[in-house]
Ligand binder design. Structure first.
Ligand code: AMP
Length: 290
């Protein structure tokens, strides 16, 4: 892995100067993160370095997207290790502002509204989460002015909404979705996995297993939404996951499907979330064209 020297940009002023100095022959590729990096993030950095990309990461734990104070306080923070991993992965710069640099001394009063695609699932489980997430991504797009931005399919609804925001609000940014990175046993990597005990980790496998179960049913020809939803729920409950939601969605809208709205030709994805040991975990899997 080629090493670069990672530039630490702590303020918007430093970021602006760095951005202006970049060679316009190479595209700037942004990877937004909240730190506590793992292989999932590192895969995004690899994608960002493709096509001669100048990879810049952001590292900012965004209070606007946490609805529970204790989740924000407990969010793992490993800044030094994160910077070392970024440097080893060939990231050229990291924008790591503090709260005042990001939102100003008097905070942020204007928030984006995620619209219908943000009403369900994480949007319902975590009120305010997507408005806060979109607001900070909007600011990062404005400040970094990337040609492309890379997001993980692990947070499928987030990816959908950022793509929708770039489209609806005229950002000249290509928002690229990257595959979910999993442990060998199927558990999707997440910064929150460090909070699981070894037995909690076994329960957490219920999410990815439920997705494999419905993918098998789909592959065998089942298009019965109620049955597929039921399979997701049962499989997770049996593994000891406190289910927050488990649904088949239409990828074009990120709305839950039912017997009335399911149509041939739609691209179906299964999305699941639940709590294990009070840790909120999510996962999803593309099923195919109905
Ligand atoms: P976070 O630091 O949790 O805000 O995540 C930063 C980015 O990493 C987001 O685009 C996530 O979707 C992505 N990400 C997190 N976990 C994974 C994973 N297991 N595989 C791929 N991307 C991931």
């Amino acid at each position: 892995m080629p090493r670069t020297s990672l530039r630490l940009l702590k303020t918007w002023t430093e970021l602006r100067a760095w951005r202006a100095a970049q060679n316009s022959a190479r595209p700037v590729h942004l990877v937004p993160t909240m730190g506590a990096l793992h292989e999932g993030h590192l895969s995004l950095f690899r994608h960002a370095r493709s096509d001669q990309g100048i990879a810049i990461a952001s590292l900012f734990v965004n209070p606007l997207q946490f609805e529970r104070k204790e989740d924000l306080a407990n969010y793992p923070r490993t800044v030094e290790e994160d910077c070392a991993q970024m440097e080893a992965a060939g990231v050229e710069a990291v924008y790591m502002p503090d709260l005042a640099d990001m939102y100003g001394a008097d905070g942020c009063q204007i928030l984006l509204d995620a619209g219908p695609g943000g009403e369900h699932f994480e949007g319902a489980a975590r009120p305010g989460h997507f408005g806060g997430m979109l607001t900070v991504v909007h600011k990062l797009f404005q400040r970094v002015q990337p040609q492309r931005a890379f997001f993980g399919a692990k947070d499928a609804q987030q990816l959908f909404l950022v793509q929708r925001m770039a489209h609806d609000l005229d950002f000249p940014v290509e928002v690229v979705g990257c595959p979910i990175v999993r442990e060998d046993d199927g558990l999707a990597l997440s910064s929150r996995n460090v909070h699981l005990s070894s037995s909690g980790r076994v329960h957490a496998l219920g999410l990815s297993k439920s997705l494999v179960t419905v993918a098998n049913s789909f592959d065998k020809g089942s298009r019965d939404i109620e049955h597929l939803n039921q399979q997701l729920n049962t499989s997770m409950e049996q593994s000891g996951v406190r289910v927050a939601y488990a649904n088949i969605i239409d990828e074009a809208t990120f709305l839950p499907l039912d017997e009335a709205t399911a149509k041939p030709g739609q691209r179906w994805r299964a999305v699941v979330a639940g709590r294990v040991e009070d840790v909120h975990l999510l996962d999803n899997r593309y099923l195919g064209t109905a």
